[in-house]
Structure formats: structure tokens, C-alpha cells
Ligand binder design. Sequence first.
Ligand code: HMG
Length: 333
Amino acid sequence: MILNRIPKFLQNSLINKAHLPVLRTQKHLYSALSTGNRVKIVEVGPRDGLQNEKIKVPLESKIELINRLSDCGLPVIESASFVSPKWVPQMADSDLVMERIIKKPSVRYTALVPNQKGLHAAEKSGVREIAIFGAASETFSKKNINCSIDQSIENFSKVVERAKIIGMDIRGYVSCVVGCPYEGDVDSDIVAYVASRMYQMGCYEISLGDTIGVGTPGKTLEMIEKVSKRVPIEKLAVHFHDTYGQAIANIYASAGIRVVDSSIAGLGGCPYAKGASGNVATEDVVYLLEGIGCNTGIDMEKLVKTGEWISSVLGKDYGSKAGKAILSKLNNQ
Ligand SMILES: CC(C)(COP(=O)([O-])OP(=O)([O-])OC[C@H]1O[C@@H](n2cnc3c(N)ncnc32)[C@H](O)[C@@H]1OP(=O)([O-])[O-])[C@@H](O)C(=O)NCCC(=O)NCCSC(=O)C[C@@](C)(O)CC(=O)[O-]
């Protein structure tokens, strides 16, 4: 009988059978990625995708990438990062990127901000929405932003306080939500704690990052279940790296979530998470979502052409499976 109340796509999935006990207690989780829902994609390619590139990406290419992504119909594009250029040199021209991109009124152009200095620089460059970024692992927090989890929360609350005064919207990231490159498995209670602190301080959305891509559908679902007890599920987003090829499965398993982060052509990686591969490719996510009847509002043809183009700029193979397949069809028409 319980099965009848679960959407069809979950009824037939392994996730559903393996996790019925979880799903039974979390009715709101099943509404997930079900037919007819609109799912928002947050494109993180220009920031998460490029930040780890060893060779300096030309400013003009960064700008062209963001402008092309805007034309694809993506509603949110994380475009820049106002972090220390000593820590992440690739993002050092973020002010110029933000100043020179063509801003469409329908698109939100966001930027990472770690501290007051970054907030000030973002404000000067006309940024209207920022993202703070913490972690559920002490060691990762120290390696990535040079402070403990509690210190980071204290620092972020000052950034958020000031950002609210100047009318900015604020998103929060929690990294290492299932695993840490230094500490191994991560306790979901800590993820829930960091996420809830960010939500309480005024972040309108919390993105849960599987920074090193070690999550599997079962672990992901259990983590979301824990976090959603402290932060409303409609305020959560998922952010998967695809190191173990599980990202699409994890998104499919992220029952109840309506916001998915992804990166064009699967670019990406965190400089402080060695061995982590790129983010899940936006093209693959759009293919999944549209395939199960979710509306993304994204122009797939423009998207795959953008994915192929940026891959060639970076001298890489095109990293989206769906993108490659669609492109080869287009080329054979
Ligand atoms: C947080 C800090 C700044 C602390 O770094 P620190 O060294 O502790 O800071 P500090 O205050 O001692 O400053 C050191 C120097 O940096 C400068 N500085 C300080 N702040 C800024 C700033 N905002 N903009 C420009 N410059 C800055 C500051 O002025 C000083 O310069 P100096 O006096 O030596 O010439 C540093 O650790 C940092 O920048 N970390 C960022 C690391 C990063 O960007 N990681 C990747 C993003 S997170 C990620 O990818 C994960 C995510 C979000 O995608 C989700 C997921 O996948 O899990």
C-alpha cells in the first residue's frame, strides 16, 4: 500500500526498495523529481568548473562562456569567486568578469565570497547574490578556508549580516556532505548542523556538496533525510562531483530536492580536494531531468555546443556523455 503513494519512477527503482523505511517516514521526500515539476539548475561551470584549471583561462573566454550559458536559458550562473588570489589564482580576474559579462534580467549571476574582503570586492563589481562556503569536515575546512567549522560560521555570520544590509541574496554551501578527502566518512549530523546554521543566519538556499564524489544513492538519501529535519527540503540543493560515476544516480535518488548544481561539460574540481574529478555535467543533468518529465527551460542544442566549445578552449575531451551523443546526432543531420 505504501508503494501506491510513491511516485512511479521511485516505485521501480532500487532506491525505493532499499530505502522504504526511510521513505515511509519522509513522505515529503517522495515528491522529488516527479513528472511535471520544475527543477532549477544552478550552473557552476564558470566558477567551480574553471577554478582548478592549471593554465590561466583567458578573460575573454570566461566572459564568452558566461554569455553563452545565459543564452542557453540557465536561470542561475555562478560566475566568479572573490577569494584570495594566492589561494585560487584562476579566479583573480573575477571583478573584470562580473563587470564585463552581458547581464540578462532573467539570469542571476552569483559569486563565492569567503570573508568581508571578498564581500567588499563583490559589491564593487556589481554582484547581487553571493555564496558563502563551509564544510562538514574540520580538516577540509582548515585546508580550504584556513579556519575551523565554528570559526567559519562566526565569520560567515558577519558576511551575511553585511550582505543583507546591502540587499544581497545569500546562498550557502556545505562541502564534504558524505565524505572528506582527509577524514573519510562524514557524519550527517554535522552536515545538518552546518546547513542549519547557514539557514538560520539567512541563506535562502543551502547546497549540499559531495566534494569528492564518493556518495552513493543510499548514503545520499540518508544524508538528505537527516538534513531535511533541520532545514526545509525546498531550501536545499544538491551538488555532486562525478569521481565515481555516481552523480546522476545520486541526483535521481535526491528525493524532494528541486535545485541541482552542475557544470557545463562536467568541468571542475576543488583545488583543496585532491583526486576529486569534475562536477556532474549540466548536459547530463538536463537529459535526465527532461527524460523523467521535469521542465528545466534549457535549450539543449545551445548547451551542447557551448560544452563542446569550452572543452576545446581548455584543450580537453568533451566530458558530457549526453552532450557527445546529441552533438554527434546534430553533426549527422
Ligand atoms: C578564506 C581565505 C581568504 C583565508 O585565507 P587566509 O590566508 O587565512 O586569510 P588572510 O586574511 O590571512 O589573508 C591572506 C592574504 O589573502 C588576502 N585575502 C584574504 N581574503 C581575500 C579575498 N576575499 N580576496 C582577495 N584577497 C584576500 C589578504 O589580503 C592577504 O593578502 P596579503 O596581505 O598576504 O597580501 C582563503 O583560505 C581562501 O581564499 N580560500 C578559498 C579557497 C577556495 O576558493 N576553494 C575553492 C572553493 S570551495 C569549493 O570549490 C567547494 C564547493 C563550493 O564547490 C562545493 C563542493 O563541491 O563541495
